[in-house]
Design a protein around this ligand. Structure first.
Ligand SMILES: Cc1ncc(COP(=O)(O)O)c(C=O)c1O
Length: 383
């Protein structure tokens, strides 16, 4: 293939198309911050927190510096530490277990469901028993709304309340999705999300937020995000972090939130087109009953025996990028392999890590481009 016939490269996530759509409104939002110069704790931070509370239905929203810090701050606020166990899925982005380990507590990895990629409540129960056998005190569970689809929150809540655990939902990929008609942010004791630029609701840098109905938790989180400050600014009352969301990112997010509903609808339309175009060639993701997705990723499973690297290479020469989330589950990674896994092991996580692959997905995927991707996937699977 020569230079002239090389197909046009397709973006995996088209941040530029969104930037173009928002155009002047984003420029003006950033200019307003440059005008008032309150780069930390400017009025946009509170305005965003109010808008996110209205969007999610949560009583309190505390914005912060990243999704990882959002998880960490809740664990810190609850005094989770050495001797405690926090149950989390192994098939997730590393931040889920990392936040636990940073507190000195032990992440105990449990398996996920093969269809939804989300925590399997039977494995969760086994994991809690494993933690107790190891002499650890199970304190919390962190379900993840992986790839944008909400986890089975009723099933998780049932296990957690029976076992005396609090639920910290990791909605870094799923914010905007709903479960049984309620948006994420309204489940468990608290919900953490990320505004990393590639997320369905992303800013232009790092950012995150915590959602909770608990007044005391919200108060503690506001202290933790500023070094544990008390009512007297120079009398810090607990250990904390520098974990604020800066005003510029809040200003950007306010504008992006205005079009988020519309973008979620576009992502769902793209997911439906993928499902009808690919459903008989590969295993396409399916929504579990009562769950919606914001399709942070569109992740397919390749037929048994398919050479995944060869498949990715075949798409790449046609200008179609792919990504593997995640080639190693957490318990298979160097930093985490000494942490316990639930009795019965993690066979689903391990098999997903060996056969999943994600296709371009965003709200600006036009039909002609998507048809090109669908044809390429079908061709590569047949080959
Ligand atoms: C499931 C999950 N949890 C937590 C995080 C951490 O978010 P951040 O990158 O904003 O720290 C991510 C980010 O990719 C994620 O996907």
């Amino acid at each position: 293939m020569n230079q002239l016939s090389r197909p046009q490269a397709i973006p995996f996530i088209d941040v530029a198309a969104q930037r173009q759509r928002l155009g002047k409104s984003l420029d003006e939002a950033v200019a307003r911050v440059l005008g008032h110069c309150q780069f930390i704790n400017g009025p946009e931070v509170t305005a965003l927190e109010d808008a996110l509370a209205a969007f999610s239905g949560a009583r309190h929203v505390v914005t912060c510096s990243s999704g990882t810090d959002a998880l960490l701050m809740v664990l810190m606020a609850k005094g989770v530490g050495p001797g405690d166990a926090v149950l989390c899925p192994s098939f997730t982005f590393c931040a889920t277990g990392e936040a636990v380990a940073l507190t000195g507590a032990t992440p105990v990895f449990v398996d996920v469901d093969a269809a939804s990629f989300n925590i399997d409540s039977a494995s969760l129960k086994r994991g809690i028993a494993t933690a107790r056998k190891l002499g650890l005190k199970p304190r919390a569970v962190i379900p993840v709304d992986l790839f944008g689809q909400s986890a089975d929150h009723d099933a998780i809540e049932a296990v957690a309340s029976e076992e005396g655990l609090f639920v910290l939902d990791d909605a870094a990929q799923g914010f905007g999705a709903s479960y049984k008609g309620r948006r994420l942010g309204a489940f468990g004791f608290a919900t953490a999300t990320s505004f990393f630029p590639a997320k369905p609701l992303g800013c232009f840098g790092d950012g995150g937020a915590i959602f909770t109905d608990d007044d005391e938790l919200a108060h503690t989180l506001r202290s933790i995000r500023v070094h544990g400050q008390g009512s007297d600014k120079y009398d810090n009352v607990r250990l904390g972090l520098t974990a604020r969301l800066d005003t510029m990112q809040a200003a950007v997010l306010i504008e992006k939130l205005k079009i988020f509903e519309d973008e979620i609808a576009a992502r769902n339309k793209a997911a439906e087109r993928y499902a009808s175009g690919l459903g008989n060639a590969v295993t396409v993701p399916r929504l579990a009953a009562g769950c919606t997705s914001v399709w942070a990723q569109y992740t397919i499973r390749l037929p048994r025996g398919t050479d995944r690297d060869g498949f990715a290479a075949a798409l790449k020469v046609q200008g179609i990028p792919t990504a593997i989330y995640y080639p190693k589950s957490m318990h298979q990674q160097t930093a985490y392999r000494d942490f316990p896994v639930t009795e019965g092991g993690l066979p689903v996580s391990e098999s997903l890590s060996s056969d999943v692959i994600s296709l371009p997905m965003h709200a600006y995927l036009d039909e002609a481009v998507q048809d090109r991707i669908i044809a390429a996937v079908r061709g590569a699977v047949q080959a």
